[in-house]
Design a protein around this ligand. Structure first.
Ligand code: NDP
Length: 324
């Protein structure tokens, strides 16, 4: 089978398409033949070395397809089942992958493989951020950075479905329009405008109850300055680089703030949590309350191009690798 692999960290050029043996599922494992592969910003962190992985390594955390073989003792899946997965050891940029059956989910009828591969990781991220890292309530104000991005589009729609007032940020006028079309009440062009000042203006000086910030370094100060008294800063990514260390006294001075730095892996740590989160996402999609826009697709062999686009801020919505 074909697989994207890398033996040193660096830019997109370290990614290589290789022919490798198709793995055989061990006890408790399944082999999924991929139909679509999800590209996520975290893949760029593995490739660059920001999140170190043992080398040489495969890449990618998300795909959907059909179960082609099962190992001894497998009970959740049978050959022919439609399945998807998100997170775990990198290696989804490939024609197929083996993984523990406990880490895969069934894809419901009515959700095709492209949609599943585009929505599972980003959707479960939106699910845990809006329902568990902070249980967002109707009427609250929320700040969502990079709202035209993959996770950002889902956060925006889901927060609106909850009934929150969404203040979104975007890197261009075109992306601001996307955020507005998804229901954002206010959009800040954060490359030009003062985020905290704009947020205060939109909230009558009060600030937001919760801010979701995966841009990291560039937005840290603006996010901190946007929170209401006792608000929560959710730092969940590093698209512009890692955020600076958080000084405890600054949290006090800024209004007895809370700060958390969650990762999806800890919110879908058990199979029960994984199934519940995936089911919530698929339900939001099936009921039409969230829609995943697949903004761009690339053939597997062009994975490096997908990374260049993602890191260059040229994408919107989800990015997929196709396997034709
Ligand atoms: P996106 O599609 O959101 O792409 C990243 C976006 O970030 C860009 O399109 C861009 O939007 C914005 N951005 C701002 N500054 C920069 C910069 N310097 N370089 C590149 N992009 C920048 O990616 P994903 O939806 O895959 O992921 C979004 C974020 O969520 C990532 O930081 C990711 O790591 C994080 N994440 C965290 C998870 C967790 O468990 N903690 C799980 C999943 C994702 P614009 O042009 O509008 O500025």
């Amino acid at each position: 089978m074909r697989a994207i692999r890398f033996d040193r960290t660096g830019g997109p050029d370290v990614l290589e398409l290789q022919d490798v043996p198709t793995p055989t599922p061990g006890p408790g494992e399944i082999l999924i033949r991929h139909e679509a592969v999800g590209v996520n910003f975290i893949d760029t962190y593995h490739r660059s070395g920001l999140y170190p992985v043992p080398l040489p390594s495969g890449l990618g955390q998300e795909a959907a397809g059909v179960v082609e073989a099962v190992g001894d003792g497998v009970t959740r899946f049978k050959v022919g089942d439609r399945a998807a997965y998100a997170m775990g050891s990198p290696g989804s940029y490939a024609d197929a992958k083996t993984l523990a059956e406990a880490r895969a989910v069934h894809v419901p009828d009515g959700i095709d493989a492209r949609t599943a591969a585009a929505v599972l990781l980003k959707g479960m991220t939106a699910e845990f951020l809006l329902r568990r890292a902070y249980p967002l309530k109707s009427g609250q104000s929320v700040l969502i950075h990079a709202a035209a991005g993959g996770v950002g589009q889902l956060l925006t729609q889901w927060a609106k479905a909850i009934g929150a007032t969404v203040i979104a940020t975007a890197g261009s006028a075109a992306k601001a329009e996307i955020a507005r079309s998804l229901g954002a009440d206010h959009v800040i062009l954060y490359r030009d405008q003062d985020v905290a000042a704009e947020v205060r203006r939109f909230t009558d000086g009060e600030g937001v109850a919760v801010a979701y910030d995966a841009v990291g370094k560039d937005t840290f100060e603006g996010t901190l300055g946007s929170l209401a008294r006792r608000g929560l800063f959710v730092s969940f990514g590093n698209a512009s680089g890692s955020p600076p260390p958080v000084e405890a006294l600054r949290l006090m001075r800024a209004g007895s703030l809370f700060f958390t730095r969650p990762t999806l892996a800890d919110y879908v740590a058990t199979t029960e949590e994984l199934d519940a989160s995936a089911a919530a996402v698929f339900d939001m999609v099936s009921s039409g309350r969230i829609r995943i826009a697949i903004g761009q697709t690339y053939p597997l062999a062009k994975a490096a191009k997908a990374h260049e686009a993602l890191e260059g801020r040229h994408t919107n919505g989800a990015t997929l690798l196709t396997l034709e």
